[in-house]
Design a protein around this ligand. Structure first.
Ligand code: HEM
Ligand SMILES: *[C@@H]1O[C@H](CO)[C@@H](O)[C@H](O)[C@H]1NC(C)=O
Ligand SMILES: *[C@@H]1O[C@H](CO)[C@@H](O)[C@H](O)[C@H]1NC(C)=O
Length: 313
């Protein structure tokens, strides 16, 4: 039964119903991309956490129902949407996509999907953080469903390497894609709740996850004490958390990554080789990241071009 469900999930996620192209809006909305870039840049100037938020938002969008802007829909009536599901702790900056959409609707109404706006914004988020740029294939359609209960399909920070591999392969993504896309953790922040299990009562014999560097673990424990933990307490995923670079991979090799799912990337020879390669060569990381982002962001199965990114037409 579980196998059958997996097969169905895999099949439906792999269906790329809308074929994408680089010049999709060339005639119908030539300024679409510059309008999005402007919105992301303006928001970043006020709040430096915006690029990380946008990149994560796009990842969550793509992993549930494909990149169809399901992550942007608001809860309505009895339906609790993805953004109100449990792994939402740090999803924020939805207003940036709203601002871009508003500006685009006044330039070319009813043409550009919210899913495309989010994919373009994610590219801009990386580039504006000093990372690589790339041409985003466009032509995604927006979906009409968003369910909080489906957010359990996202990989968890406690996942081991086989669970991560499975989660990615269900979406047509390879081991190389897993290691390269995890480099998204070069940007941003995590709440203590996402890594508490590594630093308190880890298992029957260890209080602290033995794969953690001991002095780094003590630092995390002081930020996230077992008792009276502040709701917003946490740490950056990388000390250079507003610069998109390969520091993330160097930290993994030192036992200084935040999540078990990050550290797990050294648990097979193949993934470990990729981590070492990306730690040594930022250029190799950028090349792989771009390739894998285009692959992840091409999963799409939507039906319409929403007028308002928060509600279906
Ligand atoms: C491989 C499986 C992944 C797992 C288990 C995972 C898990 C997480 C968790 C638990 C957080 C912190 C949430 C919080 O406590 O606030 C986080 C943050 C983040 N993730 Fe991932 N993630 C994964 C893959 C990705 C991918 C593929 C990307 C993008 C390419 C990405 C981009 C980000 C970013 C940018 C943040 C910081 C968000 C912010 O500061 O607002 N993650 N991730
Ligand atoms: C996150 O989800 C919880 C329920 O799981 C909800 O109470 C909370 O308002 C949501 N937070 C955000 C920022 O959407
Ligand atoms: C990963 O976790 C799953 C589920 O807990 C378990 O069945 C599997 O044996 C684990 N794999 C590794 C490599 O630790």
């Amino acid at each position: 039964m579980a196998a059958l469900l997996n097969l169905i999930l895999t099949f439906s996620l792999l269906t790329i119903a809308n074929s994408l192209s680089l010049n999709y809006y060339h005639k119908t909305c030539p300024d679409a991309e510059s309008i999005v870039a402007k919105a992301v840049k303006a928001a970043k100037a006020v709040d430096k956490t915006v690029p990380a938020a946008i990149l994560r938002m796009h990842f969550h969008d793509c992993f549930i129902r494909g990149c169809d802007a399901s992550v942007l829909l608001n809860s309505k009536g009895n339906n609790k949407a993805e953004k109100d599901g449990p792994p939402n702790v740090s999803l924020h900056a939805f207003y940036v996509i709203d601002n871009a959409k508003k500006a685009i609707e006044s330039a070319c109404p009813g043409i550009v999907s919210c899913a495309d706006i989010l994919a373009i914004a994610a590219r801009d988020a990386v580039f504006l953080s000093g990372g690589p740029s790339w041409d985003v294939p466009k032509g995604r359609k927006d979906g009409r469903k968003s369910k909080a209960s489906e957010t359990i399909q996202l990989p968890a920070p406690t996942f081991n390497i086989s669970q991560l591999q499975k989660s990615f392969s269900q979406r047509g993504l390879s081991i190389e894609d897993l290691v390269a896309l995890s480099g998204g953790h070069s940007l941003g922040f995590s709440h203590c709740s996402s890594f508490n299990s590594r630093i308190h009562n880890f298992d029957a014999t260890h209080d602290i996850d033995p794969s953690l560097n001991p002095s780094f673990a003590s630092k995390l424990k002081s930020i996230c004490p077992l008792k009276n933990q502040a709701k917003n307490a946490g740490t950056t995923l990388d000390p250079s958390s507003t610069t998109f670079d390969n520091t993330y991979y160097k930290l993994i090799l030192q036992g200084k990554s935040i999540f078990s799912s990050d550290q797990a990337l050294v648990d097979t020879p193949k993934t470990k080789n990729l981590v070492s390669k990306f730690a040594t060569s930022q250029d190799a990381f950028y090349k792989s990241f771009v390739k894998s982002m285009i692959k992840m962001s091409s999963i799409n199965n939507g039906q319409e071009v929403r007028k308002d990114c928060r509600v279906v037409n």
